[in-house]
Design a binder for this molecule. Structure first.
Ligand SMILES: *Cc1c(COP(=O)(O)O)cnc(C)c1O
Length: 426
């Protein structure tokens, strides 16, 4: 039975971001995840693992949480999905109310739903471009973005990204972009280029797929000031950082920043169902008022009733379990454990922002795939995670216990110690 299943898997499946020759090789048995409770996932043989990257950065309160499960089940008893084109429904309304309430005074007063992180970004960018086009500044067509940025994999979102490897078919597609390494580079932009900017797009506080690289403190608030002074929209991609990962509900709140567009996805439903939201201001909304100005954009599963129910369930758990209030001690514990990892000779640098960590090993030759091998080794010690090149990611669900954090970092430590010493230290 299991053998048949695995044969079919290798014969017919194609996985994202995965070299498939190695995957399909006779010696490789794909891990099938069968069930989950809290931070623990169980595979086809009944072996258990800690979910060290929150199931690709999505899970917030752990797996199988009774509150979120019940919220989805209750919704399922009514209706699973109805169109949001021309109709509305209570879960979407209630969720929008909760989302706008996260910012005092409700500066982000409008919620546009879509399905995932990439589409949340597409919505923001297309709204920004259409806004300028129909409000007297059609020359504002360029998106300013950053080196090593990651904003998703659809054509438009990928064109904003600054990681060449992720562009597949080349870099010459999508939006007109201007790419800079850091805030200093802003000061050197010619006025003529600034005048053509529609928006700046950034992952606030920390770039994720770049290898968990935090920005300098204060960078975000300086960027906001720069944008305000020039009336350039600020689009914040909080697809990874949203919902508590950095220690606050949203990363931008740590620097008192309110963007023109806030893009949310991954953790929005607690990691249970695909759903995304793009929040924006009344000013942007009003720029779409009038004949022929509607925002012609939407997906079939936009504002999924089940997804909205799951998101409401997740927000209820934030309150019931005081999730944010418990974060400081977990973040502190993670820092202590990371400091120990930093002492290993194989570790080059550790980077942390809230409960997000990148442990960079090496340097090793790229073709060694040392990061991937180390994560496979960690699996033998009961931890599941994925590397970004030679940076090992540790991003547990916010519900992680102190004891689980210890076990996660212990598994990483054992796996890292299986690596040879980097050349410069050997
Ligand atoms: C994952 C991610 C995205 C893309 O989200 P998907 O749901 O995978 O489309 C966009 N931006 C950031 C910062 C992300 O981490």
């Amino acid at each position: 039975m299991l053998e048949d299943l695995l044969l079919t898997e290798k014969r017919h499946l194609w996985h994202p971001f995965t070299p498939m020759r190695e995957w399909c090789a006779p010696g490789h048995e794909p891990l099938l995840l069968v069930s989950g409770r809290g931070c623990v996932l169980t595979d086809q043989h009944g072996r258990t693992y800690l979910d060290g990257n929150s199931s690709i950065w999505t899970n917030i309160h752990g797996h199988g949480h009774p509150t979120i499960t019940a919220a989805i089940q209750a919704q399922l008893g009514k209706v699973a999905h109805t169109s949001f084109l021309g109709f509305s429904h209570e879960p979407a309304i209630r969720l929008a109310e909760r989302l706008v309430d996260f910012f005092p005074g409700r500066p982000l007063s409008r919620v546009f739903y879509s399905d995932d992180g990439s589409t949340a970004i597409e919505c923001a960018v297309r709204m920004a471009l259409q806004f300028w086009k129909q409000n007297g500044a059609p020359e504002r067509t360029t998106l300013l973005c950053f080196d090593r940025a990651y904003h998703g994999d659809t054509l438009g979102a990928a064109s904003l990204g600054g990681i060449p490897l992720f562009k597949g078919s080349g870099n010459d597609f999508g939006y007109a972009t201007l790419r800079i390494p850091d805030l200093e580079a802003l000061q050197h932009l010619p006025d003529e280029q600034v005048g053509r900017l529609a928006a700046v797009v950034i992952e606030p506080l920390i770039q994720g797929s770049a290898g968990m690289r935090p920005w300098p403190a204060g960078m975000l608030s300086r960027l906001q000031r720069w944008c305000r002074e020039r009336d350039v929209f600020l689009i914040l991609d909080e697809v990874m950082t949203g919902f508590g990962r950095t220690g606050s509900m949203f990363a931008c709140q740590r620097e008192g920043v309110v963007p023109d567009f806030l893009c949310l996805a991954k953790g929005l439903t607690g990691g249970y169902l695909p759903l995304a939201a793009t929040l924006t201001t009344e000013r942007v909304f009003e720029g779409f008022d009038g004949a022929g100005r509607a925002f012609y954009y939407g997906h079939s599963y936009t504002a999924s009733q089940l997804g909205c129910a799951a998101a409401l369930g997740s927000l209820r758990v934030f309150e019931e379990e005081q999730t944010l209030a418990h974060l400081p001690e977990k973040i502190e514990k993670m820092s202590q454990r990371l400091a120990r990892l930093a002492e290993l000779p194989q570790v080059r640098e550790v980077r942390q922002c809230g409960l997000i960590a990148g442990i960079e090993i090496g340097p090793y030759p790229l073709e060694d795939l040392r990061g991937a091998k180390t994560c496979l080794a960690a699996r033998r010690y009961g931890l599941l995670t994925r590397p970004i090149a030679d940076t090992l990611v540790l991003m547990p669900p916010l519900s992680v216990t102190l004891e689980e954090l210890t076990r996660m970092t212990e598994a990483l430590s054992l796996a890292i110690q299986e690596c040879p010493l980097p050349e410069e230290k050997a």
